[in-house]
Design a protein around this ligand. Structure first.
Ligand SMILES: Cc1cc2ncn([C@H]3O[C@H](COP(=O)(O)O)[C@@H](O)[C@H]3O)c2cc1C
Ligand SMILES: O=C(O)c1cccnc1
Length: 358
């Protein structure tokens, strides 16, 4: 992060042909990009959505999602065919899409044609273990998933991207995200567990009980938040109650920030991954943009922990990176204003307080 570039960006913004501060939060976005990129003439080049998919052991018999786990693999096929929300939105906002199978419980899909995306088939396991029985993943699976995310960051940087967006797919992953949220923030499960894809009241009560049991099983339940830099504890939480796509997203966040790329967080699930990553490496915080605030209740607690104010509030609760996608045009617009506008001097526009002789 370059605090001097941030200060220069702020000073430059006050020279541009507009009343000071009149581009509102777009100015804060552009100043943050300046700090990330170390220059005033910021740009959003080749933005890319990295969408990690994986299955969750907790979906086998616990009734935590209204949808069966087979939907994860079927949605992977749908994305490869170009028919998911993430395909339509990434086309609409012109963001590159990379889909990475980090651990889907399905056979490798047949060759695909037509959809404008790249696909990486690198499953670490056929989903996690049920975290009511055992840690969701082993230490070596966790390390491999972090590495998968790190490799995605390296590919994005290699392709010239200056911004990556976080996306996830995995039936049951709002349960994993809620367990992570409770463990990191110290909030009780009933406050951070939500309906996900649409559980009824009975299902919601079951899901709260599952998260409570998982926290007790792994001795993660606590009434206080995890220290903001307790890296070992954050890794432990990830291993015990996380998911392979979540661990890969942690690796992506860390790898992207290390390479000076901005990171756009999507909804509740990606925020859980970002919060784990920021506890491992607090310097990540300066690289994060929160795209929106999901309807899922635990998202608010995570945004508070991260100190992020979401750009949008659209009552979205889909995932796949869809909320991040709709926020990228705002970030792009903020960069364009800072880079392209004329100053008062360049445009010969009188600044405030200029005195006319008559
Ligand atoms: C058809 C379909 C498409 C999706 N795309 C994203 N999700 C989202 O919902 C899932 C998490 O919710 P839960 O924890 O309630 O299962 C994840 O796959 C997430 O990406 C979807 C869910 C469904 C059903
Ligand atoms: O906020 C999210 O990311 C979310 C919420 C529900 C289901 N899938 C994703």
């Amino acid at each position: 992060m370059s605090e001097s570039a941030r200060a220069r960006a702020r000073a430059h913004q006050d020279q541009l042909t507009k009343p000071p501060g009149s581009l509102g939060r777009l100015e804060a976005i552009a100043a943050q990009l300046a700090a990330i990129q170390g220059r005033v003439a910021v740009e959003v080049h080749a933005p890319r959505l990295c969408l990690f998919a994986a299955d969750h052991g907790v979906t086998r018999s616990r009734g935590v999602s209204p949808y069966p786990r087979t939907v994860t693999g079927q949605m992977v096929a749908n994305i490869l065919a170009g028919g998911a929300a993430v395909n339509a939105l990434s086309r609409a906002v012109q963001v590159e899409l990379e889909l990475i199978d980090a651990g889907v419980d399905a056979d490798a899909p047949a060759a695909f044609e037509g959809a404008a995306l790249s696909y990486v088939h690198a499953p670490i396991a056929r989903g996690t273990r049920d975290f009511l029985d055992a840690p969701a993943m082993t230490a070596s699976e966790r390390a491999a998933a972090l590495e998968l995310g790190e490799a995605a960051a390296a590919r994005a940087a290699q392709a010239g991207s200056t911004l990556v967006a976080l996306g996830e797919l995995g039936i049951g992953n709002t349960t994993s995200a809620a367990a992570i949220t409770a463990a990191l923030t110290g909030r009780p499960p009933r406050e951070v567990v939500g309906p996900g894809t649409g559980l009824d009241a009975e299902g919601l009560a079951r899901k709260v009980a599952v998260v409570e049991a998982a926290l007790a099983r792994h001795e993660l339940a606590r009434d206080a938040p995890l220290a903001s830099d307790d890296a070992d504890a954050a890794v432990r939480v990830l291993e015990r109650v996380g998911g392979l796509e979540l661990a890969a997203l942690v690796g992506l966040c860390l790898g992207a920030a290390r390479r000076g790329l901005a990171v756009v967080v999507d909804g509740f699930i990606t925020a859980a991954a970002a919060a784990v990553a920021a506890t491992i490496e607090p310097a990540l915080l300066g690289y994060l943009f929160a795209a929106h605030r999901s309807a899922e209740p635990g998202h608010r607690a995570l945004l508070e922990r991260l100190g992020l104010r979401p750009l949008l509030e659209l009552d979205m609760r889909l995932g796949e990176g869809t909320g991040a996608l709709v926020a990228i045009p705002l970030i792009r617009a903020a960069a364009a204003a800072q880079r392209e506008m004329a100053t008062f001097a360049e445009a010969a526009v009188d600044d405030r307080g200029a005195v006319h002789d008559g």
